[in-house]
Design a protein around this ligand. Structure first.
Ligand code: GDD
Ligand code: MN
Length: 355
């Protein structure tokens, strides 16, 4: 559509995070055009250099339609931070956030917008579960379970009473985002929850139902990993506040402490049950703890940038090489202590090795 010669000031900025949505972006703009007649709007796609060329597709649309804007970022940084950056770049005072895969029903945008503009609420969110128990857009039973668990946790931990605090579809005043900014975590997917949890006083939220549609093109980027991500988010919100350390550090430390227990258990197992020598048992235990620490930290601490497939193994080898200096020092020190203090206290040197 050509630019309007006498445009109204923009009333609504629609922020859409995208990762591999090349077949959806043109359709979304078309649908926004019909859903938002009467409101002057812009759409800001925030893309993390999708390999499928989503950014080029948006650029193409932007050439002939001034309402379309693109923020293109490098090094994939995730959905939440994409929404925040898009929101900060918005021209209008009211921001809509929605997915770029056509699962969100754009026809309820005017209603959400109205709730916010009329002052009825600071945030109007679109809930997948207000009218339905099992939205068709949640492809598997596992996905329904993950969502239900996440929703219950979110309500309990943050003292909310929402049918869908994890929805990615909502309209808010820009100032809500700005006020929440210093406290935002930007980890993972839960941007609405993050904004609500970071706001003092809590913004007034109204929920409206919508039908969460099936995804037609591309695939969901969410899997059971989101529950781990939630754990990290929880650590950040509930523990980092009292222990002034970054959530990732706390998560890393907690997991490595379990790694120490894992080390000791494997040590005892190999030494006592298989009668291995101290040094061998220590080596096996060290490798077990190394594997444990790497795998669990990859899944939890670094869930948002975790390595999969071949990269996982390449990462593991690099991690092992990096740790090898420490490993040999550990085993050396532990074996030396063991020689000096004999069998009397077997566990103490093993413990020293584990640490
Ligand atoms: N920029 C950017 N970077 N966008 C991303 C990224 C990323 O790393 N990961 C996903 N997106 C985009 C997708 O392209 C899509 O437009 C939107 O974020 C939602 O991603 P989906 O992969 O389609 O998520 P979903 O449908 O499985 O999850 C839905 O439910 C979640 C709660 O259970 C979404 O509505 C989420 O927003 C919601 O939190
Ligand atoms: Mn989706």
């Amino acid at each position: 559509m050509p630019a309007d010669p006498d445009p109204k000031p923009i009333e609504l900025s629609v922020v859409i995070p995208t990762f591999n949505e090349v077949h959806n972006v043109a359709e979304i703009v078309k649908r926004l055009d019909s859903a938002l007649s009467g409101i002057s709007w812009e759409v800001i796609f925030v893309d993390d250099l999708s390999p499928d060329g989503t950014a080029d597709a948006v650029r193409q649309l932007a050439r002939s339609d001034q309402r379309v804007r693109l923020i293109s970022r490098h090094n994939r940084r995730g959905l939440s931070s994409a929404v925040v950056e898009g929101g900060l770049a918005a021209a209008s005072d009211v921001i809509a956030v929605m997915d770029g895969d056509l699962q969100h029903d754009e026809s309820i945008l005017p209603e959400l917008y109205e709730k916010v503009v009329s002052g009825e609420a600071a945030i109007a969110s679109a809930s997948r579960f207000l009218d339905e128990d099992r939205p068709e857009g949640l492809a598997s039973d596992q996905r329904v379970k993950i969502s239900n668990t996440g929703i219950q946790l979110a309500n309990r931990l943050f003292d909310l009473d929402m049918s869908d605090p994890l929805t990615g579809f909502f309209v808010m005043r820009r100032e809500v985002l700005l006020r929440a900014l210093p406290e935002l975590s930007e980890i993972g997917f839960k941007v609405l929850l993050d904004i609500i949890a970071a706001s003092r006083p809590r913004p007034k939220v109204v929920e409206l139902p919508f039908r969460f549609r099936e995804r037609l093109h591309g695939e969901s980027k969410l899997d059971s990993g989101v529950l781990y991500e939630f754990l990290l988010f929880f650590i950040e919100k509930k523990i980092s506040r009292y222990v002034p350390l970054p959530a990732r550090f706390i998560s890393f430390a907690l997991i490595n402490s379990i790694g120490i227990l894992c080390h000791l258990a494997v040590f005892l197992f190999v030494e006592r049950l298989f009668g291995a020598t101290f040094a061998v048992a220590q080596l096996v235990a060290t490798l077990a703890a190394l594997t444990f620490n790497y795998t669990v930290n990859n899944a939890v601490t670094y869930n948002d940038r975790r390595l999969r497939g071949v990269d996982f193994y390449v990462g593991f080898v690099m991690f092992a090489v990096l740790c090898s200096v420490g490993i040999f020092a550990n085993i050396g020190v532990a074996t030396m202590l063991h020689h000096q203090y004999g069998e009397l206290i077997d566990l103490a040197p093993a413990m020293a090795g584990a640490l």
